[in-house]
Design a protein around this ligand. Structure first.
Ligand code: HEM
Length: 414
């Protein structure tokens, strides 16, 4: 029995051995043999706790998971009209994602164990790196439901096209897409390695449309973490929904079967906006004006009328056009977003400014009652608009999590 056959037989995925061997040929199935843990030697030398997060579960990882330090987000166009090929890609991606998030090399032979005459099954740049709390979160864009794959009647109503908002300066090359993968990790090399290999595995079925790197988290989902700061220098994520708040997650983040699309139950809807921040203008604005615009003080992050970061907001005491007042749940029927954005700097704009900003990511149960009304209010009245340009936009149906043997999007296709 060859090592490849042994690995295929041992895969607890329910894949037929023949199909699994096919995936092995594509460099997909996680290695039990030559590949193994990328950082096994390092871990043996210092037996620390593994830094891998679980891949399988009721919900996909990467939504309420503690926010990691780095992001690589990628959007894909499906380039085939063959539904079976698309399904095979989703199965292959799921297998690869389980291996990558566990810190394993891809394929039976990994980066170095194969034939010298063949391209390696893993591209190798994550060798020696640990799992780094990598999460891979997968979603479907509205365009996937256009009829190419027999899914037109499966589009959730909540996967609504976003309206155009006042001041939008959207670049079509930075928006839309049929499929997305959000990779978050504490080590940027690990996040990039994951997206690179998923893109490689997709060859002939899906092609990268746009991608975004983020270098610093601008949100928090756990009460024990310190709130990080965005590129305006303010704490971001103070009033976010926390992973520990199960009632808020059920009310405002997880799609429910009774919402209309039963296949989405346990999933969520993601709005991704690339927001350029005109930091050079901001940096010439006085501290007190910056604080009036946000509605919180810069040091503590406390509401302007209060002393401590987590003191409750009193809308009557905040400037009505401050960002926090306009976005406050009390002004939107109590609806909240789970924000998971990242700071970004993409070089310069060619005329002397840093091309900096926020890659805003928000998970919610229904964008029609959450992101859309909040952004309509912000686009109309937010004093911050003078310093912001929304340059990219997309919306995604992020399906529920998968158990061992399941695959991304299985509830949609079966
Ligand atoms: C670059 C653009 C943005 C910046 C710099 C920014 C910054 C901030 C800051 C500093 C806070 C206060 C701290 C906190 O509670 O997290 C905040 C809160 C918030 N922001 Fe933004 N934000 C931006 C875009 C957006 C967008 C596009 C939306 C949604 C459409 C949004 C929705 C919210 C919400 C819901 C809150 C919490 C309000 C509350 O519950 O008190 N933000 N933002």
């Amino acid at each position: 029995v060859s090592p490849e056959q042994r690995t295929a037989e041992q895969e607890p995925t329910g894949l037929s051995r023949r199909r699994a061997l096919g995936l092995l040929g594509a460099g997909v199935v996680a290695a039990g043999g030559a590949g193994g843990l990328r950082a096994a030697a390092a871990q043996a030398a210092s037996p620390t706790v593994s830094d891998a997060l679980p891949f399988h579960g009721e919900h996909q990882a990467g939504i309420v998971s503690p926010v990691q330090g780095h992001l690589h987000f990628a959007s894909y166009d499906v380039t085939t009209r063959d539904r079976a090929a698309l399904v095979l890609l989703l199965r292959s991606w799921t297998q690869a994602a389980a291996a990558l998030t566990a810190g394993r090399e891809l394929g039976a032979t990994g980066a170095l164990g194969g034939s010298e005459l063949a391209p390696p099954q893993d591209t190798g740049e994550a060798l020696g790196h640990t799992a780094s709390r990598l999460t891979l979160t997968f979603g479907f864009g509205p365009s996937l439901f256009d009829g190419r794959f027999g899914l037109a009647d499966r589009r959730p109503a909540a996967l609504a096209d976003l309206p155009s908002f006042a001041g939008d300066a959207l670049d079509p090359a930075r928006g839309g897409g049929d499929l997305c993968v959000q990779a978050c990790a504490d080590d940027p090399q690990v996040a990039v390695h994951a997206i690179r290999n998923l893109t490689r595995i997709a060859a002939g079925v899906a092609a990268a449309r746009w991608a975004q790197l983020g270098f610093g988290r601008a949100s928090v989902t756990s009460a024990v973490e310190q709130t990080p700061r965005n590129l305006f220098g303010f704490k971001d994520g103070t009033a976010n929904i926390l992973a520990s708040d199960g009632a808020a997650l059920d009310a405002d983040v997880w799609a429910q079967a009774e919402d209309g699309a039963a296949w989405m139950a346990g999933g969520s809807f993601l709005v991704a906006r690339r927001i350029r921040m005109l930091i050079e203008i901001w940096d010439r604005t006085s501290l007190s004006e910056q604080e009036q615009l946000i509605g919180r003080d810069k040091g503590e992050g406390a509401p302007l009328h209060a002393a401590a970061e987590h003191d409750p907001i009193d809308l009557a005491q905040l400037p009505t056009s401050s960002h926090v007042a306009l976005a406050a749940p009390a002004n939107h029927g109590g609806v909240r977003l789970l924000r998971r954005g990242y700071n970004m700097v993409d070089g310069t704009d060619g005329v002397g400014h840093l091309n900096a900003g926020l890659f805003f990511l928000a998970y919610q149960r229904d964008p029609r009652t959450a992101f859309i009304p909040i952004q309509l209010a912000l686009a109309r009245d937010d004093g911050l608009n003078e310093y912001l340009r929304h340059t990219g936009s997309s919306v995604w149906a992020v399906p529920p999590g998968v158990g061992p043997g399941g695959w991304w999007g299985q509830t949609l296709f079966t």
